[in-house]
Design a protein around this ligand. Sequence first.
Ligand code: TYM
Length: 332
Amino acid sequence: MNKPVVYSGIQPTGIITIGNYIGAITNWLKLQDEYDCIYGIADLHALTVRQVPAEYRARALSFFAQYLASGLDPRKNILYFQSHVHEHAELSWILNCFTYIGEMQRMTQFKDKAAKHTDNLNMGLLDYPVLMAADILLYQAALVPVGADQKQHLEITRDIAIRFNNLYSPTFTVPEAYIGKQGARIFSLQDPSAKMSKSDPDPNGAVSVIEDENSIAGKFRRAVTDSENSVRYDPENKPGISNLMTIMSETGGMTIEEIEKNYRDKGYAVFKNAVAEAVIERLRPIREEYTRLMADKAYLMDIARDGAERAGRIARKTLSKVKRKVGLVELK
Ligand code: TYM
């Protein structure tokens, strides 16, 4: 590999939402020519919550097809399943020994999840950021395109990398987060104070990238706004409308100023329909390609196998370096 490396991933939980698409995948698409990009399905991460095995297997494969359908080219990028490269779990163990419990307990996502999953507060939830650090550091990634909610996990990844490099000698590239200016945080259509979540129990809060067109239109029609009836960007006082403007801008290509100029006094019903239209148009080719790909599982598995082999080669190199540095005996 000679270009700088980009690494990112999505957990196969719930649905891939337009939040994931705007916050993460659209940035991945921009990077695929200039960088060596590696995108994983973070299927070990999602085991931190209980999954129904048959559903989980099907969902992970569906997510993989959605990566491809979104326009990620398997010749330009390495696309693979995290669980197919066992070096992730192995490096994660070693990095555990360089991470403090207090650091993990301070992670806001851990605190949120711990409050939500009181019945299954497992070690994986606490350890989640270390596995994420292993994902990134295994590939010597320089850049990690994520939404704003992952910023803290990136900071701890950097801390772990710097700590290890200082204790031994430079081993890991210290990665930077790449967070888009706009669209780094897309909010729920039903509660514009909460991020759009892929596992939102309210089906009206999030839109999937492969969703049926009528259903998309209905969700935007029902989106929570305000009583002012003026399309104006003001995230503080008009979070619902501002969120819709961001979504429209990110999917339809108009700037926020252009949207404001065109829709300011048109009324919310007209504006909501226009947002839905922009989203539907943008997602149509993705859904069509997805349907085609899901009918060809053998092709999907070929891509996954090839991705795992290519990822594995890079991962093995880093892991053997790490093992040597910490003093494990090598089998020569
Ligand atoms: P996950 O699966 O929750 O989300 C995948 C990506 O989508 C971004 N995102 C959003 N962006 C904008 N608005 C939203 N409402 C929104 N919701 C989610 C996330 O920031 C993320 O970029 N831990 C990661 C997965 C992961 C990973 C990694 C990422 C595992 N290993 C290594 C980067 C590098 C996660 O749970 O993302």
